[in-house]
Every structure is written in C-alpha cells, then in structure tokens.
Design a protein around this ligand. Structure first.
Ligand SMILES: Nc1nc2c(c(=O)[nH]1)N[C@H]1C(S)=C(S)[C@@H](COP(=O)(O)O)O[C@H]1N2
Ligand SMILES: [Mo]
Length: 320
C-alpha cells in the first residue's frame, strides 16, 4: 500500500512515457507544449522476474575508497542497472537494460577541444589507466526519484587540465554518441539527438564533478552510460550525460537537450533545490528507490557545504 504524501505529484500531473508525443506529430499538430520527462511512480522489484544481468569486468586500479561517501544505504546493483533513463534506447526505464545490452562500446574515443592549448582525442583505454576512485554519491532525478550510487571514476578536472583550457574558456559542452543503428528511439523519444549537456567551467572543475567509468567496482554497464559518463551529484540527473564522445571548451552557454525540449521546465543550471518547484510538481521530497516513505530533498542534494559558494549572489529561482 502506498500512501501519497501531499507533496507527491498527483496522478493527473504525471505524463506516462507511453503518451509522449511523437515529434513528427508534434510538429504537424503545431502544439506549443514542450516535451517533458515523465515522473516516476513508486518503483520496486517486488515479484518482478529477475532481470538479465550482464556482468562487466572489475576495474583493477581503484585507488581511493571511502573518501567521498554518504551515510545512507547504497541502492542495489540490480535497481541501479534496471531503472534507467537513456532515451536513445528507450523511454521506458525498465526496458533500457535489455535494449542497450548489445551496444558496442569498443573502440571508443573522446575528442576534447575548443578553447584549449592542447586539443586531444583520448582513447578510452588510456582514460581507464588514469587513477580511478570510488565516489558514493546521492543521485536525484528531476522526476523526484533518487538513489545512492557507488560510482568509479576520476575528477573531470584531471582530463581538462591535460588539454589546458585557455583564459577565454568559460563553459564546457558535452555530447553523447548517436548511433542510429545501435540506438532505437530517434523520433519517439521526443528529444533531439545527439544528447548534449553543459556546465560552467568552475562547475566542471569542481572536485565533486567526475567522469564515471563504472559502478560497484565494475566497468560501466551499457544502460548506465558506458564506457564513460558525467556525474554532477548536486544537479538533477539529466545533467549527468551518458556515453560521451566529445567535450568542447567554449565561451558561450552550451545548448542542453532538455532545455531545448522544454525551456520552461528545464533550465541550464538544474541544481537540486527543494524550494524551487518543477512547474508540474513539488521538488520538496523524493522517492528513494528501495524505500517506502518519501525523503526530504536536500538543498544541492546534500552537497551545499561544498557547492553553494559557486552560486553566491545568484537568484536560484531565476537561474533554475
Ligand atoms: N545520453 C543521455 N544521457 C542521459 C540521459 C539520456 O536519456 N541520454 N538521461 C539522463 C537522466 S534524465 C537521468 S535521471 C540519468 C539516469 O542515469 P542512470 O540511468 O544511470 O540512473 O541519466 C541522464 N543522462
Ligand atoms: Mo532524470
């Protein structure tokens, strides 16, 4: 029995993934409403058949553990790898794992360029040789569900320092691979591909911002953004772009996928903020996957001590 708290989105406010407008119909109809991320109902694997588990290899060179952690129970491997948002494969969270199963992530390169002294295309094998750390972070989706995930990765700053951003660089733009042959939802997802995201340079250089290469000590499962994805724990999950092939230093605010799809609902900053409502639901509480009652959402997802200073003097309602 699930008892809805007053802050939980009402059933009438929830847009089921199945009713997403097909982009072509959307254009034909001339509808002005934007595309939206659906809100999640309470989710549990009770009585669900065991999902197929694809084992990835152990990451051998994890140097730091227990430096960045939270005093909250980790979400199970099974839930982290079977409840996903990865619209290139499916808009159905529990369908992504199966659809991404055969996604081939080798060979893989990341092109890093733009306003830098030393542009370079990195091979994933070279990146995996960087010292890796375990980072146990809270992860909060804008749809008001959350997890605690033991990522493996390294600070994004480590990579950016290697290409030497110039003084003119103010932002970092990221791009996901788009391979129509291997991915499936080019039109029905309702968002444009390739998926793109961005950060301000100081956010990108912040010690909490990582490029993640795995989770639970193993190489990144395809459904979670193999072979490498961004993780910015104080921002809503959609900022944490998956399967990155390109990183560009720039002096302009980068275009971001959900902002193009619906700028009224999804801003550039997208910092977790319990005091700023999504236009269609409260962000004051969240459904921690695996728990029964809702939790209070924390300012900057619990990382305010470390990141609030980045936004000093900014109106967080305006810059949502
Ligand atoms: N390329 C790409 N990156 C993406 C998404 C996506 O659809 N495509 N979804 C985002 C959203 S909305 C969330 S909540 C997280 C989900 O990450 P997870 O499946 O590893 O939990 O990935 C983000 N990164
Ligand atoms: Mo999300």
């Amino acid at each position: 029995m699930v008892i809805k708290k007053p802050n939980a989105p009402k059933a009438s406010e929830i847009t089921p993934e199945e009713t997403f407008l097909n982009r072509r119909n959307f254009i034909r109809a001339g509808v002005l409403a934007g595309t939206t991320l659906a809100t999640a109902g309470v989710y549990r694997f009770i009585n669900a058949p065991a999902p197929p588990e694809v084992e990835t290899a152990q990451i051998p060179n994890i140097e730091n553990k227990n430096v960045f952690t939270v005093d909250e129970q980790m979400t199970s491997f099974r839930d982290i790898t079977n409840y996903n948002n990865f619209y290139e494969f499916s808009t159905g969270k529990t369908s992504v794992a199966a659809k991404a199963r055969d996604f081939n992530v080798r060979p893989w390169t990341i092109e890093v360029g733009g306003l830098v002294q030393k542009p370079k295309t990195f091979d994933i094998e070279e990146i995996l040789k960087f010292p890796q750390e375990e980072r146990i972070y809270r992860f909060r989706c804008v749809e008001a569900w959350s997890m605690v995930i033991p990522w493996v990765g390294f600070p994004l700053k480590t990579l950016l320092d290697k290409v030497e951003p110039t003084g003119a660089a103010k932002y970092v733009a990221f791009e996901t691979v788009y391979d129509a042959k291997q991915m499936q939802s080019s039109f029905s997802a309702g968002i444009d591909f390739p998926y793109v995201e961005g950060l301000r340079l100081d956010e990108a250089m912040h010690p909490l911002t990582i490029l993640a290469t795995g989770l639970y000590g193993k190489l990144m499962p395809n459904q979670n953004g193999a072979p490498i994805r961004l993780v910015v724990p104080w921002k809503y999950g959609f900022k944490s772009i998956k399967s990155i092939v390109k990183i560009t230093l720039t002096d302009r605010v980068p275009t971001t996928t959900w902002n193009i799809a619906n700028g009224r609902e999804y801003g550039f900053y997208s910092n977790v903020n319990p005091n700023v409502r999504h236009p269609r639901w409260s962000q004051a509480t969240e459904n921690r996957i695996g728990e029964l009652s809702r939790r209070e959402t924390l300012m900057f997802n619990g990382y305010a001590d470390q990141v609030a200073s980045l936004y000093e003097g900014m109106d967080l309602k305006k810059n949502f």
